[in-house]
Design a binder for this molecule. Structure first.
Ligand code: NAD
Ligand code: GLY
Length: 387
């Protein structure tokens, strides 16, 4: 049960990211090391599925010390990352009598992490928070960097805070129970991160993806753990320098570059009512579209685009996007919440590991249309017939 620690010292506070196979069984030690003493109360937020798999163990471990543990479960699914669930969470905190030094533990994927983080950041203007991500996506991305959110009818993640967890506990053993589709989704986020990070992280990621297809047991090896660690270190390096994702920054190490593939991904999720794609799958298509745009603008060479395509392919099968309506997608792109003064900010690539932020006005409607068709695999004949 080796443990790697990455220290994430930011403007607002320091988070320690702990990574190791089976480390959920050492939570007690981690809590003591982080806070110096046990909190009076710990609220364990999870969902039924994850709680059944890992929650009871975590509770049993914490219960042996001087802290009262209150499990609080939310239903499973993106639609429960809502105002209603948030309201119910903070009302529960009030009923339990949560104090500022008490601890909220988020045990689950990005949905649980974002919701629990938002509740912890707002209740009493902030209580202690420990993230225990159990999906690949959450382990390499959403549990790190302090973004919390809930969804509105008008769109995803429209309400949220930047609130750094006091600690993150990444138990890579929990990946063993992930459904195949959740792994695909996590692999896509990994490829996204690798593409904007460096040729080295990209190579390392692609190599492990290739080997995963020969032997899936690789996700339980120290090598895979090191890959997760490398991803966490990269994300931490970006967050340290731009904690609140400044809208003024356009350089290749600004936090905005982590949104590579997300402009199209959010539009795809919106036009399909958040019911068709897993988030990472939509990012998979988003990367393909961003790759095509980069090629058409003369930024990315055809051979590097081919490497990008191969990497997305290695993530696994994505649900077909071939029947989606490009006009609807274009309309949804216009509502992108990351727009600045009405301009979409596309994250594109000059090369693998060299992202560039490009304003929407630099991209003609024709190039955008073409890139959407190519990236999403929509046949041009079908479009011509429908006009
Ligand atoms: P999720 O939280 O819905 O989890 C996916 C599914 O896996 C769920 O059914 C869950 O119950 C199940 N699950 C979780 N861990 C499991 C395990 N170990 N074994 C078996 N099943 C398990 O989805 P996700 O992909 O983890 O997260 C997506 C969310 O994360 C979205 O809401 C997205 O907006 C958010 N997100 C946030 C950030 C951020 O920086 N805060 C970044 C990326 C994504
Ligand atoms: N997931 C992108 C970010 O944390 O900034």
């Amino acid at each position: 049960m080796q443990r790697q620690v990455i220290s994430l010292r930011q403007e607002s506070r320091q988070s320690e990211i702990n990574i190791g196979y089976g480390i959920r069984r050492n939570l007690k030690k981690l809590v003591l090391r982080t806070f110096g003493q046990f909190p009076g109360k710990s609220i364990l937020i999870s969902n039924k599925r994850v709680f059944r798999l890992y929650g009871l163990e975590v509770m049993a471990d914490l219960k042996t010390v001087d802290t009262k543990v209150f499990p609080w479960l939310i239903p499973d699914g993106e639609r429960y990352k809502s105002f209603r669930t948030f309201e119910s969470a903070v009302n529960t905190f009030a009923e339990i009598g949560v104090e500022r030094n008490d601890l909220v533990i988020a045990l689950g994927g990005g949905v649980v992490g974002d919701l629990a983080g938002f509740a912890a950041s707002t209740y009493l203007r902030g209580v202690r928070l420990l993230q225990m991500p159990t999906t690949l996506l959450a382990q390499i991305d959403s549990s790190i960097g302090g973004k919390t959110a809930i969804n509105l009818t008008a769109g995803k993640n429209l309400v949220g805070t930047f609130y750094q967890p006091d600690a993150v506990c990444i138990d890579t053993q929990t990946l063993g129970s992930l459904p195949a589709r959740e792994l695909v989704s996590g692999f896509c986020e990994m490829v996204k991160q690798a593409l904007v990070a460096s040729p080295e992280l990209f190579e390392q990621t692609v190599d492990l993806l290739r080997r995963f297809h020969m032997d899936q047991a690789i996700i339980a090896t120290p090598e895979f753990e090191r890959l997760i660690e490398a991803h966490c270190m990269f994300k931490a390096s970006i967050v340290i320098n731009d904690e609140r994702e400044s809208t003024e920054r356009t350089d290749s190490r600004s936090r905005r570059i982590l949104n590579f593939g997300h402009t199209t991904a959010h539009a795809l999720e919106k036009v399909t009512d958040y019911r068709y794609f897993r988030h990472g799958e939509a990012v998979g298509y988003g990367m393909l579209v961003a790759g095509e745009l980069s090629k058409h603008l003369g930024l990315l060479s055809p051979d590097k685009l081919e490497q990008l395509r191969e990497a997305v392919n290695l993530c696994g099968q994505l649900p077909s996007a071939g029947k989606l309506d490009v006009t609807q997608i274009k309309a949804a792109l216009k509502l992108d919440k990351k727009s600045v003064r009405g301009q979409i900010n596309w994250v594109l690539l000059d090369d693998i590991g060299s992202p560039r932020i490009v304003e929407g006005r630099a991209i003609s409607n024709k190039v955008l249309g073409l890139s959407l068709l190519e990236g999403l695999g929509i046949s041009r004949r079908r479009i011509e017939r429908s006009h």
